[in-house]
Design a protein around this ligand. Structure first.
Ligand code: ZN
Length: 109
């Protein structure tokens, strides 16, 4: 079968390791494109991955937020769900650094 994304590669059945936000979810059957490397899972597997992600509290953790100005700095509002998951609290210290074009916020333990 041809890849629906790049329309060049051939899909091959493989077992893939699935991650969400860097957390390991498990191994699942998928079809991998020999061209663009995109992976495709069937609807049953996709539901199973969602179920595991929900169980681990990872589902819906990603969120869009607005960057606001505060004095000369910028502030990022962190949704409660995400703050709770990472145990971020008001007044807690965090270390900020870039990782390529991403902003990493590491809370102190
Ligand atoms: Zn492809």
């Amino acid at each position: 079968m041809k890849c629906p994304i790049c329309e060049k590669g051939i899909l091959k059945k493989e077992i893939i390791k699935e991650y969400m936000f860097g957390f390991y979810l498990g191994e699942f059957p998928a079809e991998i494109c020999s061209g663009c490397n995109e992976s495709f899972t069937d609807s049953i597997t996709t539901k199973e991955i969602e179920k595991i992600a929900r169980k681990k509290g990872l589902w819906d953790l990603g969120a869009t937020t607005k960057i606001t100005k505060t004095g000369n700095s910028l502030a990022v509002r962190i949704p409660k769900k995400l703050a709770d998951y990472l145990n971020l609290k008001d007044g807690k210290k965090a270390y900020l650094h870039p990782e390529k074009d991403k902003l990493i916020i590491e809370s102190e333990p």
